[in-house]
Design a protein around this ligand. Sequence first.
Ligand SMILES: *[C@@H]1O[C@H](CO)[C@@H](O)[C@H](O)[C@H]1NC(C)=O
Ligand SMILES: *[C@@H]1O[C@H](CO)[C@@H](O)[C@H](O)[C@H]1NC(C)=O
Ligand SMILES: *[C@@H]1O[C@H](CO)[C@@H](O)[C@H](O)[C@H]1NC(C)=O
Ligand SMILES: *[C@@H]1O[C@H](CO)[C@@H](O)[C@H](O)[C@H]1NC(C)=O
Ligand SMILES: *[C@@H]1O[C@H](CO)[C@@H](O)[C@H](O)[C@H]1NC(C)=O
Ligand SMILES: *[C@@H]1O[C@H](CO)[C@@H](O)[C@H](O)[C@H]1NC(C)=O
Length: 536
Amino acid sequence: MRSSIANAAVAVLALAGRASAAGADEWRKQSIYQVMIDRFALTDGSTSKECDVSRFCGGTWKGLQNKLDYIQDMGFTAIQISPIVKNTEDHTAVGDAYHGYWVTDNYALNSRFGTEQDFTELVAEVHKRGMLLMVDVVVNNMAQGFDNVIPPKVDFSKFNPFNDEKYFHPYCNVTQWETPEDYQNCWLYPYGVALADLATEKKEVADELNKWVKELVANYSIDGLRIDAAKHVNDEFLAPFVKASGVFAWGEVLSGVQNDMCRYQTLGLLPGMPNYLEYFAMVRAFNGDSLEELSEMRSQAASGCSDSTLLGSFAENHDMPRFAARNDDPALAKNAMTYILLGDGIPTVYQGQEQHFDGGDTPFNREALWTSKYDTSAPLYVLTSKLNKVRSSAIRLSNSTFVTERAETLWVDVNHLCLKKGDNNATVVFCITNESSQGRSYSTGIGGFAPGEELVEVVRCRHTTADGTGNVTMYVEQGEPRVYVTKAVLEGTGVCEETSEDKLDSGAGRAMVPRSFGTVVLGAVMAMVWVAVAGL
Ligand SMILES: *[C@@H]1O[C@H](CO)[C@@H](O)[C@H](O)[C@H]1NC(C)=O
Ligand SMILES: *[C@@H]1O[C@H](CO)[C@@H](O)[C@H](O)[C@H]1NC(C)=O
Ligand SMILES: *[C@@H]1O[C@H](CO)[C@@H](O)[C@H](O)[C@H]1NC(C)=O
Ligand SMILES: *[C@@H]1O[C@H](CO)[C@@H](O)[C@H](O)[C@H]1NC(C)=O
Ligand SMILES: *[C@@H]1O[C@H](CO)[C@@H](O)[C@H](O)[C@H]1NC(C)=O
Ligand SMILES: *[C@@H]1O[C@H](CO)[C@@H](O)[C@H](O)[C@H]1NC(C)=O
């Protein structure tokens, strides 16, 4: 690449536009939007093309470049994209390689998504906007369609660079998901496509992948990596691979068990991981379980991992059913969004989450985003935009302590989790609830501010003032989250430029009846007196 003067110019531009060397400290401050290229945007930006979710639907790098405003206006500062290298063209029993994970050639870009020039122009534009780019990479296997006759017949000569059987583990099917020798050395899901398992413990294989990733990052000015199926390669492979890349990386470790996930950080194998620990607890909390359990998993991530501020906070990704596939209540989705955007860790929002997509298991969770017409007035889009801007501002005002220090738990019960983040210059207090849009209307005191401080509740754009104890009265209706910030946090953000007086809208003026909760715990910085509106 970079053989032409045009490419060289693009490269210089890309470097000039870079935020800085993208290590952990830089990534901690980001808020990431996850894009699956084939499903994000068509080159011409049109929105009527139908998409068969098992086939290529036509999204491109140019399509993404043309729609960066949609992402940046939502307040995201970084983009994570699906793999960029060449995939198999085989039509398999489990669909086509539209997602990019079925690699055949590490040294060719995927022409389905555009030309090399298209890709370098995309990266340049991302950097020009001061944003970072994370690219998904596959190291566990190469891929080839097969006829479902076991053992799969694979023509290894078709792979580049691993064009010989000797670079791979002999075929066996992963069956023991608790046994590392099995899930690391056998082949994943042998159906329709053979995921020929690379012998990453062999020096020649590891050396080649390390050389490759170093070139990939340098050739295309990539700022960070997601390592697909990191749990399925041998432990020893990971740290040298990340080091060779020279950038921050997180690796996919699909586990809801504390040590299974955290060991990757504590043993120094990976800088970060998507936070499946809290993901599973969050899904449960909004599907019949309790927010106390989410709070417990939050503590487990904080205490068990070396640095929970480097874990990716997510409520959706391309592998899991959409949040709304389980429960499409709009208020619950707002609470989940608030938790991932303002809690500890690096927010990661998967395309379509902001449009409240509701697809189920793969591939139905990979809807074409254009079917939403990129609606920037969608409620979750609007909320995300506000909260991302609040977060970025708080990071700036707090000199980044907002993302290096962990939130303080103000209050937790089965239906509520209230956290406080930031220092006196940039305080953010937020409460999530799992009561859903059928939830009660009530008000309660919540603390943590300076006495008499002027505050804004940003979900509804309401102004209020802390009392002499630093408490504010929080009004909750229809199960929506609440986010109180000091006025300074909103300066220059354009968020809530118009505010009205904070109060209950429904049932206002009706008699308030104290409601007692057996499990109420009074914290040092906050106390809550629950008051329910009579008759609700
Ligand atoms: C990086 O660019 C060099 C020079 O054009 C090329 O030889 C090499 O194959 C490229 N590597 C990757 C991983 O794209
Ligand atoms: C592979 O193992 C899984 C269980 O982990 C099983 O469901 C599947 O049928 C097996 N496939 C083959 C081809 O043996
Ligand atoms: C919220 O939590 C309560 C108590 O654990 C539970 O009964 C309820 O089903 C949860 N709500 C939702 C929408 O899951
Ligand atoms: C901001 O943080 C940096 C790095 O932690 C530190 O060196 C600097 O003194 C801080 N600045 C202020 C004003 O606190
Ligand atoms: C708030 O910001 C000002 C100016 O940057 C600084 O002097 C002060 O120490 C900060 N206060 C706190 C509590 O961080
Ligand atoms: C917060 O408000 C509650 C109820 O109004 C009150 O009981 C409590 O003392 C206040 N908390 C603090 C820290 O002053």
